[in-house]
Design a protein around this ligand. Sequence first.
Ligand code: IVH
Length: 669
Amino acid sequence: MTEQERIVQLREELHRHNHLYYIDNNPQLSDQEFDALMRELQDLEAKHPELYDANSPSQRVGSDLSNEFQTVRHKRPMLSLANTYNEQEVREFYQRVSDGLGGEPFEICCELKFDGLSISLHYEHGELIRAVTRGDGVQGDDVTANVRTIRTIPLRLQPGGGWPQEFEIRGEVLMPWASFDRLNAEREEAGEQLFANPRNAASGTLKSKTTDKVAQRGLDAYLYFLLGDELPADGHYENLQVARQWGFQVSRDMIKAKSLDEVLAFIHRWDVARKQLPVATDGIVLKVNSLRQQRTLGMTAKSPRWAIAYKFQAEQASTRLREVTFQVGRTGAVTPVANMDAVLLSGTMVRRATLHNADVLEQLDLHIGDNVLVEKGGEIIPKIVGVDMDNLPLLRGPRVEFIKHCPECGAELVRYQGEAACYCPNEAGCPPQIKGKIEHFCSRRAMNIDSIGSETVEDFYSKGLIRNVADLYDLTLNRILDLGRGYKTRSAMNIIEGIERSKHVPFERVLFALGIRFVGETTAKLLASRFRNIDSLAAATTEQLLDTNGIGAVIAESVQAWFADLNNIFILDRLRSHGLQFALSEEAQALQSDRLAGQSIVISGVFTHHSRDEYKRIIEQHGGKNVGSISAKTSFILAGDNMGPAKLEKAQKLGVPILNEDDFLKRIE
Ligand code: IVH
């Protein structure tokens, strides 16, 4: 057997075992055996780049090449469903269908409503060719590369399945509870913001810029809608059963109901049973089963008349509101929090609920002592949805008002235009803001002073040892030991050593550590590489900032406001005198030049010497700007292999020069 033949054979084998494992739940190879075949395939594919196949099972593992999503128009618009919230509305739907069909008998396919994001998959000749998000229903993002990493989505359909040469299938991309819990645990560990629910997590993941991230996060998909010109049967239910044979994951939790009673029984059963499912669901979808009858019923402007969604009631409980407190975060944002009598909700004891912001509080019209309705919907944090009007105390307590002054420092709160949150503006004098900033400064991804955690910050702050990040560098062994018990020489030494080591942390991380609003890790890198030292950044004009890749008006304004604050300048000067890195290192500088200054460059295709992200960085290091699409203003295209034909044509039409990797590297040498 030639290597070429072996590649073909391995691909077929791996597709088959993938299906047995993920769809049939019937693995016939051990994980090790599967991995061994996969490795053999990857090795052979690396030797034979000419045999590249986007649908090879090896593509499931993803890569770190950056995706740019293209907007594509849906062949057929992706409609949504009308929602109903109670049995009466379901009865009315059933009656409307019956009337619309002139009394003819009909069946209703009852399905779970999966709570993820909808996806449209296109297959030609049994191969996945495109995956598009719903977007606005008319056009969506082409997320094919990311979708290829989802194990339950077949890249190639089961052979001999009798599928149409061309069809579309729609379904829901989901993050199972298990993956969601794992992801949030990791994010908590890394100090990153948690996803509120699996839907947000799935959506964020599917829009990731690199496929390896998607591959790691364990997304899943259920398909529920087959579209095309030559479908196997007139029944929606029957079509889905056939689609399962082709290799798609189709839920088994669906029935064809012949009466309204059967429909209602299905709803009642799953309202309870759904809690045992491994994925989130938020209702039931009811669809007239016959496609012919669906056509008879037709559509309204927004949704089909032949289908409806019944949304489950989120679990609710009533309990007494004791007090509302106000929390001040690191950014100064003030959040109202309700403290209530403990109540059991979806299996957990709930005592506190966020009230989000001033608007929400105003709208709820709460009084202390009221009984309030607490709900746990798709979100993990419970929320108050209203006052339990049927259980009001005879004499209502005082109305809860949003505070005017910071509960921590007394400063008058401000509300910026267009923002829901109220802020304490006293950045330099408000304790939780100061402590939060110092904690952030010391955190692993910033200055990495791991001997100082939140308890140490709290302790040093309350004893008056530190008031800002510059004070850290004035700490001495004796001053820490003088605090008395608790601090052993060893741990005090660790603290001093950690602070000392932080003086070598590179400029871009120092910039991140300063805690300038909206300047996260990535933005800090961009700014460091563009401006090279803190003085040029401080002097940057709005135009220069906006001209930097990835910097928009909000960040630009925030950076300028930070440098306009004399308190910050004072702290900066002190940090500088302690020897922190406020410029790119000589090595980093050596990699930089102005050779691409003022040039707009499009990157396209697959590269061999550097990854796409590295090329982006290289372009920035040499003063150029990486842009997404070709226009008359594009200076040149850095083209790898397999540059898209549409891009090629556009470049030729506009006369934009095309450079290959080697020419490009020579140009900046
Ligand atoms: S059918 C024209 N079936 O709910 C009918 N949708 O507002 C197309 N969904 O956008 C949808 N589970 O994202 C259908 N079993 C199911 C579903 C389902 C979840 C989502 C889908 C759609 C939304 C309806």
